[in-house]
Write a protein that binds this ligand. Structure first.
Ligand code: HEC
Ligand code: HEC
Length: 400
Protein backbone atom coordinates (compact mmCIF):
# COMPACT_ATOMS: atom_id res chain seq x y z
CA UNK A 1 0.00 0.00 0.00
CA UNK A 2 2.75 2.34 1.08
CA UNK A 3 4.64 1.67 -2.18
CA UNK A 4 1.58 2.62 -4.20
CA UNK A 5 1.24 5.82 -2.17
CA UNK A 6 4.89 6.78 -2.82
CA UNK A 7 4.51 5.93 -6.50
CA UNK A 8 1.43 8.17 -6.64
CA UNK A 9 3.35 11.08 -5.05
CA UNK A 10 6.23 10.55 -7.50
CA UNK A 11 3.77 10.52 -10.40
CA UNK A 12 2.24 13.82 -9.21
CA UNK A 13 5.68 15.48 -8.96
CA UNK A 14 6.58 14.40 -12.50
CA UNK A 15 3.21 15.62 -13.81
CA UNK A 16 3.61 19.06 -12.19
CA UNK A 17 7.14 19.42 -13.59
CA UNK A 18 5.94 18.42 -17.06
CA UNK A 19 3.17 21.03 -16.95
CA UNK A 20 5.61 23.74 -15.82
CA UNK A 21 7.93 23.00 -18.76
CA UNK A 22 5.00 23.03 -21.20
CA UNK A 23 3.85 26.42 -19.85
CA UNK A 24 7.34 27.90 -20.22
CA UNK A 25 7.44 26.70 -23.82
CA UNK A 26 4.12 28.38 -24.51
CA UNK A 27 5.27 31.73 -23.16
CA UNK A 28 7.56 31.99 -26.21
CA UNK A 29 10.86 31.53 -24.40
CA UNK A 30 11.80 28.73 -26.72
CA UNK A 31 11.07 30.38 -30.11
CA UNK A 32 13.94 29.37 -32.37
CA UNK A 33 13.93 31.25 -35.68
CA UNK A 34 16.89 29.28 -37.03
CA UNK A 35 18.63 26.07 -36.15
CA UNK A 36 22.01 25.74 -34.49
CA UNK A 37 23.18 24.15 -37.72
CA UNK A 38 22.25 27.23 -39.83
CA UNK A 39 24.45 29.32 -37.54
CA UNK A 40 27.57 27.09 -37.70
CA UNK A 41 30.55 29.47 -37.91
CA UNK A 42 28.67 32.51 -36.60
CA UNK A 43 28.99 34.05 -33.11
CA UNK A 44 26.06 34.42 -30.67
CA UNK A 45 23.87 37.35 -31.70
CA UNK A 46 22.98 40.08 -29.21
CA UNK A 47 19.21 40.56 -29.23
CA UNK A 48 18.16 43.91 -27.70
CA UNK A 49 16.31 43.45 -24.39
CA UNK A 50 13.47 45.67 -25.54
CA UNK A 51 12.93 43.69 -28.75
CA UNK A 52 12.94 39.95 -27.99
CA UNK A 53 12.39 37.70 -31.02
CA UNK A 54 8.90 36.23 -31.28
CA UNK A 55 7.31 34.25 -34.10
CA UNK A 56 4.52 36.85 -34.52
CA UNK A 57 6.91 39.80 -34.80
CA UNK A 58 9.20 38.01 -37.26
CA UNK A 59 6.29 37.01 -39.53
CA UNK A 60 4.94 40.58 -39.42
CA UNK A 61 8.43 42.01 -40.12
CA UNK A 62 8.85 39.71 -43.10
CA UNK A 63 5.49 40.81 -44.52
CA UNK A 64 6.38 44.50 -44.09
CA UNK A 65 9.80 43.88 -45.72
CA UNK A 66 8.13 42.31 -48.77
CA UNK A 67 5.27 44.83 -49.07
CA UNK A 68 5.43 47.24 -52.02
CA UNK A 69 2.57 49.28 -50.52
CA UNK A 70 5.04 50.62 -47.94
CA UNK A 71 6.34 53.08 -50.56
CA UNK A 72 4.68 56.34 -51.57
CA UNK A 73 3.11 54.97 -54.79
CA UNK A 74 2.86 51.27 -53.84
CA UNK A 75 5.70 50.18 -56.15
CA UNK A 76 8.88 49.70 -54.06
CA UNK A 77 9.34 47.31 -51.17
CA UNK A 78 12.51 46.79 -49.17
CA UNK A 79 12.80 43.53 -51.10
CA UNK A 80 13.05 45.29 -54.46
CA UNK A 81 16.55 46.51 -53.59
CA UNK A 82 17.23 43.50 -51.35
CA UNK A 83 15.83 40.81 -53.70
CA UNK A 84 15.51 37.36 -52.08
CA UNK A 85 16.47 35.43 -55.24
CA UNK A 86 19.50 37.70 -55.86
CA UNK A 87 21.26 37.19 -52.52
CA UNK A 88 19.08 39.96 -51.00
CA UNK A 89 20.82 42.54 -53.23
CA UNK A 90 20.19 43.52 -56.87
CA UNK A 91 22.62 41.69 -59.17
CA UNK A 92 21.48 43.67 -62.21
CA UNK A 93 22.69 47.18 -61.35
CA UNK A 94 25.77 48.75 -59.77
CA UNK A 95 23.94 51.26 -57.60
CA UNK A 96 20.39 51.12 -56.28
CA UNK A 97 17.35 52.54 -58.07
CA UNK A 98 14.37 53.63 -56.00
CA UNK A 99 10.95 55.20 -56.44
CA UNK A 100 10.22 56.31 -60.02
CA UNK A 101 13.70 55.25 -61.13
CA UNK A 102 15.54 57.75 -58.93
CA UNK A 103 19.19 56.83 -58.58
CA UNK A 104 21.12 56.15 -55.42
CA UNK A 105 24.87 56.71 -55.13
CA UNK A 106 25.56 53.34 -53.48
CA UNK A 107 25.18 49.62 -54.05
CA UNK A 108 22.65 47.87 -51.82
CA UNK A 109 24.35 45.47 -49.36
CA UNK A 110 22.78 42.12 -48.48
CA UNK A 111 20.70 41.65 -45.36
CA UNK A 112 22.07 38.13 -44.74
CA UNK A 113 23.65 38.14 -41.25
CA UNK A 114 22.91 41.83 -40.79
CA UNK A 115 22.01 41.20 -37.13
CA UNK A 116 25.70 40.80 -36.29
CA UNK A 117 26.94 44.21 -37.40
CA UNK A 118 27.97 47.03 -35.07
CA UNK A 119 27.57 49.64 -37.80
CA UNK A 120 25.12 49.79 -40.68
CA UNK A 121 25.48 51.29 -44.18
CA UNK A 122 28.74 51.51 -46.13
CA UNK A 123 29.79 54.54 -44.07
CA UNK A 124 28.57 53.09 -40.74
CA UNK A 125 26.24 56.02 -40.02
CA UNK A 126 23.63 53.89 -38.23
CA UNK A 127 23.99 51.51 -35.28
CA UNK A 128 20.73 49.65 -34.83
CA UNK A 129 18.44 47.81 -37.21
CA UNK A 130 15.46 49.41 -35.46
CA UNK A 131 16.66 52.93 -36.31
CA UNK A 132 17.91 52.06 -39.79
CA UNK A 133 14.43 51.48 -41.23
CA UNK A 134 13.26 55.09 -41.13
CA UNK A 135 15.96 55.98 -43.72
CA UNK A 136 14.66 53.98 -46.69
CA UNK A 137 10.99 54.65 -45.82
CA UNK A 138 11.49 58.42 -46.18
CA UNK A 139 14.44 58.77 -48.61
CA UNK A 140 13.08 60.36 -51.78
CA UNK A 141 15.25 58.04 -53.92
CA UNK A 142 14.19 54.89 -52.03
CA UNK A 143 10.57 54.44 -50.89
CA UNK A 144 9.77 58.15 -51.11
CA UNK A 145 7.09 58.51 -48.42
CA UNK A 146 6.15 62.12 -47.64
CA UNK A 147 5.98 61.37 -43.89
CA UNK A 148 5.98 58.52 -41.38
CA UNK A 149 2.32 59.19 -40.51
CA UNK A 150 1.47 58.60 -44.20
CA UNK A 151 2.92 55.04 -44.12
CA UNK A 152 1.38 54.17 -40.74
CA UNK A 153 -2.09 55.37 -41.83
CA UNK A 154 -1.79 53.19 -44.92
CA UNK A 155 -0.73 50.09 -42.99
CA UNK A 156 -3.61 50.55 -40.56
CA UNK A 157 -6.06 50.76 -43.45
CA UNK A 158 -5.03 47.47 -45.12
CA UNK A 159 -7.42 44.60 -44.33
CA UNK A 160 -4.63 42.03 -44.43
CA UNK A 161 -2.84 43.77 -41.51
CA UNK A 162 -5.92 43.74 -39.26
CA UNK A 163 -4.95 42.22 -35.92
CA UNK A 164 -1.32 41.47 -36.84
CA UNK A 165 0.28 44.32 -34.85
CA UNK A 166 -2.15 43.61 -32.00
CA UNK A 167 -1.03 39.95 -31.94
CA UNK A 168 2.67 40.82 -32.07
CA UNK A 169 2.57 43.75 -29.60
CA UNK A 170 0.15 42.92 -26.77
CA UNK A 171 -2.92 44.41 -28.37
CA UNK A 172 -1.25 47.60 -29.64
CA UNK A 173 -1.81 49.13 -33.09
CA UNK A 174 0.80 49.92 -35.77
CA UNK A 175 3.08 52.89 -35.19
CA UNK A 176 6.60 53.77 -36.36
CA UNK A 177 8.30 52.10 -33.41
CA UNK A 178 6.44 48.83 -33.88
CA UNK A 179 7.12 48.78 -37.63
CA UNK A 180 10.82 49.16 -36.79
CA UNK A 181 10.74 46.49 -34.08
CA UNK A 182 9.05 43.99 -36.42
CA UNK A 183 11.28 44.52 -39.47
CA UNK A 184 14.42 44.48 -37.28
CA UNK A 185 13.26 41.19 -35.73
CA UNK A 186 12.84 39.66 -39.16
CA UNK A 187 16.29 40.88 -40.22
CA UNK A 188 17.86 39.26 -37.14
CA UNK A 189 16.56 35.89 -38.33
CA UNK A 190 18.43 36.21 -41.65
CA UNK A 191 21.24 34.10 -40.18
CA UNK A 192 23.16 32.22 -42.84
CA UNK A 193 26.22 30.19 -41.83
CA UNK A 194 27.05 26.50 -42.26
CA UNK A 195 28.82 27.07 -45.58
CA UNK A 196 31.21 24.39 -46.80
CA UNK A 197 34.00 26.48 -45.28
CA UNK A 198 32.25 26.37 -41.88
CA UNK A 199 31.73 22.63 -42.18
CA UNK A 200 35.47 22.25 -42.76
CA UNK A 201 36.83 24.86 -40.33
CA UNK A 202 34.36 24.68 -37.44
CA UNK A 203 32.62 21.34 -38.16
CA UNK A 204 35.94 19.51 -38.70
CA UNK A 205 34.65 17.79 -41.83
CA UNK A 206 37.91 17.29 -43.76
CA UNK A 207 36.14 16.55 -47.02
CA UNK A 208 34.01 19.70 -47.09
CA UNK A 209 36.57 21.69 -49.13
CA UNK A 210 38.55 20.59 -52.18
CA UNK A 211 42.27 21.25 -52.80
CA UNK A 212 41.71 24.51 -54.72
CA UNK A 213 39.46 25.91 -52.02
CA UNK A 214 41.88 24.86 -49.29
CA UNK A 215 44.71 26.58 -51.11
CA UNK A 216 42.45 29.62 -51.54
CA UNK A 217 42.02 29.79 -47.76
CA UNK A 218 45.79 29.43 -47.28
CA UNK A 219 46.31 32.45 -49.55
CA UNK A 220 43.42 34.33 -47.92
CA UNK A 221 45.02 33.98 -44.51
CA UNK A 222 48.63 34.08 -45.70
CA UNK A 223 50.19 35.59 -48.80
CA UNK A 224 47.17 37.75 -49.73
CA UNK A 225 46.43 38.74 -46.12
CA UNK A 226 42.73 39.28 -46.77
CA UNK A 227 42.07 37.93 -43.28
CA UNK A 228 43.54 41.04 -41.64
CA UNK A 229 40.34 42.92 -42.53
CA UNK A 230 37.93 40.06 -43.38
CA UNK A 231 38.32 38.42 -39.97
CA UNK A 232 38.18 34.69 -39.13
CA UNK A 233 38.42 33.78 -35.43
CA UNK A 234 38.86 30.45 -33.68
CA UNK A 235 35.24 30.25 -32.52
CA UNK A 236 33.46 32.08 -35.35
CA UNK A 237 33.99 34.02 -38.55
CA UNK A 238 32.10 37.13 -39.65
CA UNK A 239 34.70 37.84 -42.38
CA UNK A 240 34.66 41.49 -41.29
CA UNK A 241 36.61 43.38 -38.64
CA UNK A 242 33.54 45.68 -38.25
CA UNK A 243 35.82 48.57 -39.12
CA UNK A 244 36.46 51.01 -42.00
CA UNK A 245 39.26 51.10 -44.57
CA UNK A 246 40.38 52.94 -47.67
CA UNK A 247 41.04 50.39 -50.41
CA UNK A 248 41.04 53.11 -53.05
CA UNK A 249 37.75 51.97 -54.55
CA UNK A 250 36.05 55.19 -53.44
CA UNK A 251 38.86 57.60 -54.05
CA UNK A 252 39.45 56.79 -57.69
CA UNK A 253 35.81 57.11 -58.68
CA UNK A 254 35.37 60.36 -56.86
CA UNK A 255 38.42 62.02 -58.32
CA UNK A 256 37.77 60.72 -61.80
CA UNK A 257 41.36 59.44 -61.80
CA UNK A 258 40.59 55.95 -62.88
CA UNK A 259 43.42 53.48 -63.09
CA UNK A 260 43.70 51.41 -66.23
CA UNK A 261 42.26 48.42 -64.35
CA UNK A 262 39.08 50.22 -63.36
CA UNK A 263 38.79 51.85 -66.79
CA UNK A 264 39.03 48.44 -68.44
CA UNK A 265 36.51 47.05 -65.99
CA UNK A 266 33.99 49.81 -66.66
CA UNK A 267 34.36 49.73 -70.43
CA UNK A 268 33.69 45.99 -70.61
CA UNK A 269 30.83 46.09 -68.14
CA UNK A 270 27.45 44.84 -69.16
CA UNK A 271 24.66 44.02 -66.77
CA UNK A 272 22.15 41.19 -67.15
CA UNK A 273 18.66 42.70 -67.13
CA UNK A 274 15.75 40.29 -66.87
CA UNK A 275 12.83 41.28 -69.08
CA UNK A 276 10.59 38.42 -67.97
CA UNK A 277 11.18 35.28 -65.92
CA UNK A 278 13.95 33.37 -67.73
CA UNK A 279 14.55 36.06 -70.41
CA UNK A 280 17.68 38.13 -69.82
CA UNK A 281 19.54 40.63 -72.00
CA UNK A 282 23.03 42.03 -71.44
CA UNK A 283 22.93 45.83 -71.41
CA UNK A 284 26.16 47.81 -71.76
CA UNK A 285 27.11 50.01 -68.84
CA UNK A 286 27.25 53.22 -70.88
CA UNK A 287 23.57 52.79 -71.76
CA UNK A 288 22.80 52.98 -68.06
CA UNK A 289 25.10 55.98 -67.66
CA UNK A 290 23.37 57.87 -70.48
CA UNK A 291 20.00 57.35 -68.85
CA UNK A 292 20.98 58.11 -65.27
CA UNK A 293 21.94 61.16 -63.26
CA UNK A 294 25.64 61.96 -62.77
CA UNK A 295 26.67 60.02 -59.66
CA UNK A 296 26.74 62.13 -56.52
CA UNK A 297 29.98 62.77 -54.66
CA UNK A 298 30.83 60.02 -52.18
CA UNK A 299 33.48 60.59 -49.51
CA UNK A 300 32.65 57.52 -47.40
CA UNK A 301 33.11 57.63 -43.63
CA UNK A 302 34.07 61.33 -43.78
CA UNK A 303 30.38 62.06 -44.40
CA UNK A 304 29.68 60.75 -40.87
CA UNK A 305 32.68 62.01 -38.87
CA UNK A 306 33.85 65.09 -40.85
CA UNK A 307 37.37 63.90 -40.05
CA UNK A 308 39.60 64.28 -43.15
CA UNK A 309 41.46 61.10 -42.16
CA UNK A 310 38.20 59.21 -42.74
CA UNK A 311 37.92 60.23 -46.38
CA UNK A 312 37.00 57.30 -48.66
CA UNK A 313 36.90 54.81 -45.82
CA UNK A 314 34.15 52.22 -46.20
CA UNK A 315 32.88 49.47 -43.93
CA UNK A 316 34.54 46.09 -44.43
CA UNK A 317 31.73 43.90 -45.79
CA UNK A 318 31.35 40.29 -44.67
CA UNK A 319 32.25 37.81 -47.40
CA UNK A 320 29.55 35.31 -46.43
CA UNK A 321 27.32 34.46 -49.43
CA UNK A 322 29.63 36.64 -51.55
CA UNK A 323 29.06 34.45 -54.62
CA UNK A 324 25.41 35.55 -54.62
CA UNK A 325 25.78 39.28 -53.98
CA UNK A 326 27.49 40.75 -57.07
CA UNK A 327 28.23 43.46 -58.04
CA UNK A 328 30.85 44.40 -55.45
CA UNK A 329 32.12 47.39 -53.45
CA UNK A 330 30.08 50.36 -52.15
CA UNK A 331 29.59 51.64 -55.69
CA UNK A 332 29.09 48.28 -57.41
CA UNK A 333 32.10 49.08 -59.58
CA UNK A 334 33.48 45.52 -59.70
CA UNK A 335 31.19 42.97 -61.27
CA UNK A 336 32.88 39.67 -60.57
CA UNK A 337 34.99 38.11 -57.83
CA UNK A 338 37.75 37.73 -60.44
CA UNK A 339 37.77 41.54 -60.87
CA UNK A 340 37.87 42.00 -57.09
CA UNK A 341 40.92 39.75 -56.84
CA UNK A 342 42.59 41.62 -59.74
CA UNK A 343 41.89 44.86 -57.86
CA UNK A 344 43.62 43.57 -54.71
CA UNK A 345 46.44 41.96 -56.67
CA UNK A 346 47.58 45.38 -57.95
CA UNK A 347 47.26 46.86 -54.43
CA UNK A 348 43.91 48.60 -54.92
CA UNK A 349 43.80 52.19 -56.18
CA UNK A 350 46.66 54.42 -55.08
CA UNK A 351 45.72 57.51 -53.10
CA UNK A 352 47.17 59.49 -50.20
CA UNK A 353 44.88 57.86 -47.62
CA UNK A 354 45.16 54.24 -48.77
CA UNK A 355 45.33 51.53 -46.08
CA UNK A 356 48.91 50.34 -45.67
CA UNK A 357 47.87 46.74 -46.17
CA UNK A 358 46.82 47.48 -49.72
CA UNK A 359 50.02 46.44 -51.51
CA UNK A 360 50.63 44.50 -54.74
CA UNK A 361 50.28 40.81 -53.90
CA UNK A 362 52.05 39.11 -56.80
CA UNK A 363 49.44 36.35 -57.11
CA UNK A 364 49.73 33.96 -60.07
CA UNK A 365 46.72 33.14 -62.29
CA UNK A 366 46.35 29.83 -60.43
CA UNK A 367 46.43 31.53 -57.06
CA UNK A 368 43.87 34.12 -58.11
CA UNK A 369 41.54 31.34 -59.25
CA UNK A 370 42.03 29.50 -55.94
CA UNK A 371 41.11 32.62 -53.96
CA UNK A 372 37.90 32.94 -55.97
CA UNK A 373 37.17 29.22 -55.47
CA UNK A 374 37.54 29.73 -51.72
CA UNK A 375 35.15 32.70 -51.71
CA UNK A 376 32.63 30.63 -53.68
CA UNK A 377 32.61 28.13 -50.79
CA UNK A 378 31.18 30.72 -48.36
CA UNK A 379 27.52 30.28 -49.36
CA UNK A 380 25.23 29.40 -46.44
CA UNK A 381 23.33 26.11 -46.51
CA UNK A 382 19.91 27.72 -45.81
CA UNK A 383 19.89 30.39 -48.52
CA UNK A 384 17.14 28.75 -50.57
CA UNK A 385 14.94 28.39 -47.51
CA UNK A 386 15.34 32.06 -46.53
CA UNK A 387 14.44 33.04 -50.10
CA UNK A 388 11.36 30.85 -50.06
CA UNK A 389 10.19 32.05 -46.65
CA UNK A 390 10.45 35.66 -47.80
CA UNK A 391 8.16 34.90 -50.76
CA UNK A 392 5.64 33.17 -48.50
CA UNK A 393 4.61 36.51 -46.94
CA UNK A 394 0.88 36.86 -47.47
CA UNK A 395 -0.77 39.83 -49.21
CA UNK A 396 -4.32 40.60 -50.03
CA UNK A 397 -4.63 41.52 -53.71
CA UNK A 398 -5.21 43.88 -55.36
CA UNK A 399 -2.86 46.69 -54.41
CA UNK A 400 -4.94 49.91 -53.94
C1 HEC B 1 16.01 51.96 -53.41
C2 HEC B 1 16.64 50.79 -52.92
C3 HEC B 1 16.50 50.41 -51.46
C4 HEC B 1 15.33 50.21 -50.76
C5 HEC B 1 13.91 50.36 -51.23
C6 HEC B 1 15.75 49.76 -49.44
N1 HEC B 1 17.12 49.69 -49.38
FE1 HEC B 1 18.20 49.01 -47.81
N2 HEC B 1 19.88 49.72 -48.70
C7 HEC B 1 19.97 50.26 -49.96
C8 HEC B 1 21.28 50.85 -50.16
C9 HEC B 1 21.77 51.53 -51.43
C10 HEC B 1 21.98 50.68 -48.95
C11 HEC B 1 23.38 51.21 -48.64
C12 HEC B 1 23.25 52.70 -48.39
C13 HEC B 1 24.50 53.36 -47.83
O1 HEC B 1 25.41 52.66 -47.42
O2 HEC B 1 24.53 54.59 -47.81
C14 HEC B 1 21.07 49.94 -48.06
C15 HEC B 1 21.43 49.51 -46.78
C16 HEC B 1 20.59 48.75 -45.98
C17 HEC B 1 20.99 48.12 -44.74
C18 HEC B 1 22.38 48.16 -44.12
C19 HEC B 1 23.14 46.90 -44.40
C20 HEC B 1 24.57 46.94 -43.99
O3 HEC B 1 25.27 45.92 -44.14
O4 HEC B 1 25.06 47.97 -43.53
C21 HEC B 1 19.88 47.48 -44.23
C22 HEC B 1 19.78 46.68 -42.94
C23 HEC B 1 18.78 47.74 -45.14
N3 HEC B 1 19.25 48.49 -46.21
C24 HEC B 1 17.48 47.33 -44.94
C25 HEC B 1 16.40 47.86 -45.66
C26 HEC B 1 15.01 47.83 -45.23
C27 HEC B 1 14.50 47.20 -43.95
C28 HEC B 1 14.29 48.45 -46.19
C29 HEC B 1 12.80 48.72 -46.22
C30 HEC B 1 12.25 49.48 -45.11
C31 HEC B 1 15.24 48.86 -47.24
N4 HEC B 1 16.50 48.51 -46.87
C32 HEC B 1 14.87 49.47 -48.42
C33 HEC B 1 18.96 50.24 -50.90
C34 HEC B 1 17.61 50.11 -50.57
C1 HEC C 1 42.67 46.88 -45.53
C2 HEC C 1 41.54 46.02 -45.31
C3 HEC C 1 41.18 45.01 -46.37
C4 HEC C 1 41.97 44.03 -46.92
C5 HEC C 1 43.40 43.70 -46.62
C6 HEC C 1 41.11 43.30 -47.84
N1 HEC C 1 39.86 43.86 -47.86
FE1 HEC C 1 38.32 43.26 -49.01
N2 HEC C 1 37.27 44.91 -48.48
C7 HEC C 1 37.68 45.86 -47.56
C8 HEC C 1 36.76 46.97 -47.58
C9 HEC C 1 36.83 48.21 -46.71
C10 HEC C 1 35.82 46.68 -48.57
C11 HEC C 1 34.67 47.59 -49.03
C12 HEC C 1 35.18 48.58 -50.06
C13 HEC C 1 34.09 49.42 -50.67
O1 HEC C 1 32.93 49.22 -50.37
O2 HEC C 1 34.43 50.28 -51.49
C14 HEC C 1 36.16 45.37 -49.11
C15 HEC C 1 35.44 44.71 -50.09
C16 HEC C 1 35.70 43.42 -50.53
C17 HEC C 1 34.85 42.65 -51.38
C18 HEC C 1 33.50 43.11 -51.92
C19 HEC C 1 32.44 42.81 -50.91
C20 HEC C 1 31.07 43.34 -51.27
O3 HEC C 1 30.09 42.83 -50.72
O4 HEC C 1 30.97 44.27 -52.09
C21 HEC C 1 35.44 41.44 -51.58
C22 HEC C 1 34.92 40.29 -52.39
C23 HEC C 1 36.70 41.47 -50.86
N3 HEC C 1 36.81 42.70 -50.23
C24 HEC C 1 37.61 40.44 -50.86
C25 HEC C 1 38.92 40.60 -50.37
C26 HEC C 1 39.99 39.70 -50.66
C27 HEC C 1 39.89 38.45 -51.51
C28 HEC C 1 41.10 40.22 -50.06
C29 HEC C 1 42.52 39.71 -50.12
C30 HEC C 1 43.08 39.60 -51.43
C31 HEC C 1 40.69 41.42 -49.36
N4 HEC C 1 39.36 41.63 -49.59
C32 HEC C 1 41.53 42.22 -48.60
C33 HEC C 1 38.78 45.75 -46.74
C34 HEC C 1 39.86 44.91 -47.00
Amino acid sequence: MRVIFYLFILFMIVAVLYMAVALLNKSGNTYEPYSKEDALGLPAMTIPEDNPLTAEKVALGRKLFMDRRLSQNNTISCAMCHVPEQGFVVNEIATAVGLEGRTHKRNAPTIFNVGYYKHLFHDGREFSLENQIIGPLLAENEMGNPSIGFVIEKINSFPDYQGLFEQAFDGQKANLERVNLAIASYERTMVSGNSRFDQWYFGKNEKALNERELNGFRLFSGKANCISCHTVNKESALFTDQSFHNTGAGWSRNNKVLSSLVKKEISKQTFPVSLAPGITVEVANDHFDKASETPKNDVGRFEVTSNPDDSWLYKTPSLRNIKLTAPYMHDGSLRTLESVVDFYNVGGEDNPYKDQRMVPLGLTQEEKADLVAFMNALTGSNVKRLEKEAREAYFEAPVP
